[in-house]
Design a protein around this ligand. Structure first.
Ligand code: C2O
Ligand code: CU
Ligand code: CU
Length: 506
């Protein structure tokens, strides 16, 4: 029997509690809470039952994001204050939900800087009882300012993060907490925000606009509480009952017929795969995690964004006035255990074509140079693994890299500063896992499936790459700064359960 069928069988044995590995290792109080919620599940009281899910309103205009204000007076400097705190948020008007927010906003306040800027952030952790950090996802900044779990900021404490934004790094990044074993929970309660690095010479016309679409998700109980993770969430990563764009469900953006518009898309969910498509429209890919691609890639019918991936696209809106949905199509991500969601297409947001038509905007043929990283001086190979077993009458599942569970006191890999490496990552498991590596951007070289090698279609800067079951991905990478970095699956529940390693750059 394969692992997935065994999981279904085990999970369907009535009365058997099911626990994931971290819970088994967690404190007694946490453990008994998990046991209670899992026995509740088995008695049919699951929060997934339709009558426990709070419905959210749809159809509001797309929200603009709150911007973090810059308190510096000198040019080239960005100073800001970010406070993470519990906030009463209304996902449903009149229904109070305790969420976690950066500066009261959900998604958090957006940071916008230019290449070469110097950034100084005063972080105030006002999250009750939990340590936190801010990790600057995708940016090449000194490791001791990168919010590693090894540098926690205690509840009630302040911490200053300071770093320079490298030249040539214009792109679409984000920031989120990275504390040991509670990253998933802090992110699904609301902590995540965009970090945009702009170039003073953007080759894309400002007439395209630049609309940020942060796609996240939320699960709410009818009493307005953000739901705790279910067993399915722990195994698969939390997909969330409702998909949000800039904090609201299925918002509407009105665009002029004929117009060309630029969008930055973020998959800020813990564990939902977004296979995006737009009614009656193709997309043109202009950028990936680490900035623009070398030339626009037009005619895309769909775009897969795994958790933590970003993309910049241009859409040429055409056709009759009316509503065109941005949807997420069904995606087979290798579901573990019970409660596999139905293979449905869901609407993420709507574009309303209305008003006077305008002229389409031609994109430049060339956006920038992306120099291939060149010959690798060293090689690394890592492997994703899942383990499962039964302990004390309960099912456990482990998520590991190279057969090891994360230990922040252990150095798993070593790299030499400035040296190009070839990494080979084999996903020796039954589900997709998006690998993220801190502190640099890499270039995917090729993928190998069933002995067949598929070279990458175009060179691009990435910090997160999805790897399907039994697939091997090869990528080139170079760390320009010394220090400790993390690499992990960006399904945040997997990361918290130990699917993470440490890398020392010397
Ligand atoms: Cu966005 Cu280590 O994470
Ligand atoms: Cu990161
Ligand atoms: Cu994973």
């Amino acid at each position: 029997m394969n692992r997935r069928n065994l999981l279904v069988l085990v999970a369907s044995l009535g009365g058997l509690g099911a626990l994931s590995l971290w819970a088994a290792k967690a404190s007694g109080a946490k453990l008994s809470r998990m046991m209670m919620s899992s026995s509740g599940m088995n008695m049919g009281g699951m929060r997934d039952a339709a009558d426990r899910i709070q419905q959210l309103p749809t159809g509001a205009p797309l929200s603009d994001l709150v911007k973090l204000s810059n308190t510096a007076t000198q040019p080239g400097q960005f100073n800001g204050v970010i406070e993470a705190a519990a906030t009463q948020h209304e996902f449903v008007p009149g229904l109070k939900t305790e969420a976690l927010t950066y500066n009261g906003a959900l998604p958090g306040a957006m940071i916008e800087v230019f290449e070469g800027d110097h950034v100084k952030i005063n972080f105030k952790n006002r999250i009750p009882e939990q340590a936190s950090t801010i990790h600057w996802h995708g940016l090449e900044i000194p490791s001791d300012h990168d919010g590693n779990p090894t540098v926690p900021v205690a509840s009630g404490a302040d911490h200053t993060y300071e770093f320079a934004i490298p030249e040539g790094s214009a792109g679409t990044y984000w920031y989120h907490p990275h504390p040991h074993q509670v990253t998933a929970k802090q992110v699904y309660r609301g902590l995540a925000a965009p970090f945009i690095v702009r170039s003073k010479n953007d080759p894309l016309s400002s007439d395209l606009g630049d609309t940020i679409l942060v796609i996240s998700s939320v699960s709410l109980d009818v009493d307005g509480k953000i739901s705790e993770n279910t067993m399915a969430d722990q195994f698969n990563g939390r997909e969330g009952d409702h998909v949000l764009v800039n904090g609201t469900k299925q918002p509407v953006l009105t665009v002029a017929p004929g117009s060309s518009r630029r969008f930055r898309l973020f998959n800020a969910t813990n564990g939902r795969f977004l296979r995006l498509a737009i009614d009656g429209h193709n997309m043109t890919l202009v950028g990936t995690d680490g900035g623009l691609v070398s030339s626009p890639i037009s005619g895309l019918k769909e775009l897969l964004l795994a958790p933590a991936e970003r993309a910049e696209i241009v859409i040429d809106f055409h056709g009759a006035p009316g509503s065109y949905a941005l949807s997420s199509l069904p995606y087979e991500r290798g579901w573990m255990g019970m409660d596999k969601p139905a293979a449905e297409t869901i609407t993420i947001m709507d574009f309303a074509l209305a008003g006077a038509s305008v002229q389409r905007i031609e994109l430049p043929e060339k956006l920038r140079d992306i120099v291939p990283l060149g010959e690798a001086k060293s090689r690394k190979r890592i492997e994703f693994n899942e383990t499962m077993g039964m302990g004390n009458g309960m099912m456990t599942m482990g998520f590991q890299i190279d057969g090891k569970t994360f230990d922040m006191d252990r150095i798993d890999l070593k790299s030499r500063k400035g040296e190009v490496e070839l990494w080979e990552i084999f996903n020796n498991s039954d589900m997709d896992h998006p690998l993220h590596i801190h502190g640099t951007q890499f270039q995917i070289v090729e993928r190998e499936r069933n002995g067949e090698v598929f070279p990458v279609a175009f060179t691009a800067w990435k910090d997160t790459v999805n790897i399907t079951p039994k697939e091997t991905v090869r990528l080139k990478i170079r760390f320009n700064l010394p220090g400790m970095r993390m690499y992990h699956c960006h399904i945040l529940e997997h990361e918290d359960q130990g699917m993470m390693g440490t890398l020392q750059v010397v």
